[in-house]
Design a protein. Structure first.
Length: 401
């Protein structure tokens, strides 16, 4: 595809990693503003996979790899969840030979290959002047690599776990918290009717924000998070006491998928890993449920307590975005365009202390963003700390805390 010079420039945009509500509003915001400022916008399909798979031949069918975006295309999608550009967990710097596009397999023959040179050539062939990746720390860590290689990148943080460093807010987090509270409340009558303890497994591999905030909002009595290995007997004792003090005779705990028993490790579905080295988590909720039921007689006068065990999973990332995940993506998209119009790149757009801003993109790879358990988590009570909220941001636990 020839570089288009009749316009101010070409902007590429992609979404990578897990889907969340708010991605389509961000794509819409970027596209509307860019087109009106005289730019062309190319949507790269399937995250980093689309730009990796491009065949640099004007006669090749690359419709599965990119599309030219228009106001008509993005307008309706902008009100919906997910990402119409699709997504993947492709990591071009670490591609297994079996995952390579067919046309690259004669060139790259190692078991694991770095095809970044192809990505850069493909961006140049498409005439892309600026690249806007929307993703979590995995997707954006590769964006940092491209920036270091000379690609003009302006990144937008997205992840329901809210764990991208440098920003107080990532697209998808508010809807995740909203859905978690709604679904917990939907299950509450069943827990009360049967006088049970309810164990709900929620997302959160390394960071416990998605368990902490709903608990802080009153959705659960207790939560266990990846940042603090919990004692199952202590958790059981607390939940039995919560249940027995509740007139409706039930209690609730939110369990982050990355939570770990005291002396234990993360629980995985199997040993296979994605391109970023992450094994699929799953099963901690089942283990917690079984252990609580077995231990409950010890704290309930010898009588066992039955359990409601539910993995909320993809239900909390489905559906349309809530108000915050409609507004913040619009602002982030416009922030990205402001930077591009001023010929600034190598930045991550952020929310810090209630204000929109931007920071150097390499903050993504500089540290981890996790719950500061010494400040926000009561280790004895296995629940958030409910004090000192003055001058805290909207979602309490900041990028610095």
């Amino acid at each position: 595809m020839a570089n288009v010079k009749k316009i101010k420039g070409v902007i590429g945009i992609l979404t990578g990693g897990g889907d969340v509500p708010g991605l389509n509003p961000a794509i819409r915001a970027v596209t509307f503003r860019a087109l009106r400022e005289g730019y062309q916008v190319i949507g790269l399909r399937r995250g980093w996979a689309g730009i990796t798979d491009v065949i640099r031949d004007k006669n090749a069918d690359n419709s599965n790899n990119y599309q030219i975006l228009t106001e008509e295309i993005v307008n309706k999608a902008g009100r919906t969840g997910g990402t119409f550009l699709h997504t993947s967990r492709t990591r071009p710097s670490h591609m297994k030979k079996t995952d390579l596009p067919e046309h690259l397999r004669d060139t790259y023959t190692a078991d694991v290959n770095d095809v970044t040179p192809e990505v850069i050539k493909n961006l140049e062939w498409l005439g892309i002047d600026y690249l806007i990746p929307i993703g979590g720390d995995d997707t954006l860590s590769y964006a940092v690599r491209l920036y270091q290689e000379g690609v003009k990148v302006v990144a937008i943080p997205k992840t329901m776990d809210n764990d991208v460093p440098g920003t107080d807010y990532c697209i998808g987090f508010s809807t995740c918290v909203t859905r978690t509270i709604q679904m917990t409340n939907s299950l509450r009558p069943s827990a009360g009717s049967h006088e049970r303890i309810m164990v709900l497994e929620v997302f959160g591999r390394y960071a416990g924000f998605t368990a902490m905030l709903p608990t802080m909002a009153g959705a659960a009595n207790r939560c266990v998070i990846p940042e603090y290995k919990f004692n199952i007997e202590k958790l059981t004792e607390l939940l039995v006491a919560d249940r027995n003090h509740n007139p409706s005779r039930y209690s609730i705990v939110l369990v982050s998928e990355g939570a770990m028993f005291e002396g234990g490790e993360m629980v995985f579905e199997d040993t296979t890993t994605d391109a970023y080295g992450h094994a699929k988590l799953g099963g901690i909720g089942d283990l917690v449920s079984n252990r609580i039921k077995a231990l409950s007689p010890k704290f309930n006068n010898g009588r066992p307590i039955n359990i409601i065990n539910q993995k909320l999973g993809y239900m909390v990332r489905g559906g349309d975005p809530d108000a915050i995940d409609s507004i913040v993506p619009m602002a982030y998209g416009n922030l990205a365009l402001d930077l591009i119009l001023n010929r600034i790149h190598g930045r991550l757009v952020v929310l810090k202390n209630g204000r929109y801003d931007d920071v150097p993109i390499d903050v993504v790879t500089s540290r981890k963003k996790v719950v500061n358990v010494d400040v926000y988590y009561n280790k004895e009570r296995l629940r958030p700390v409910y004090e000192s909220f003055g001058m805290k941001p909207l979602f309490i636990m900041t990028s610095e805390g």
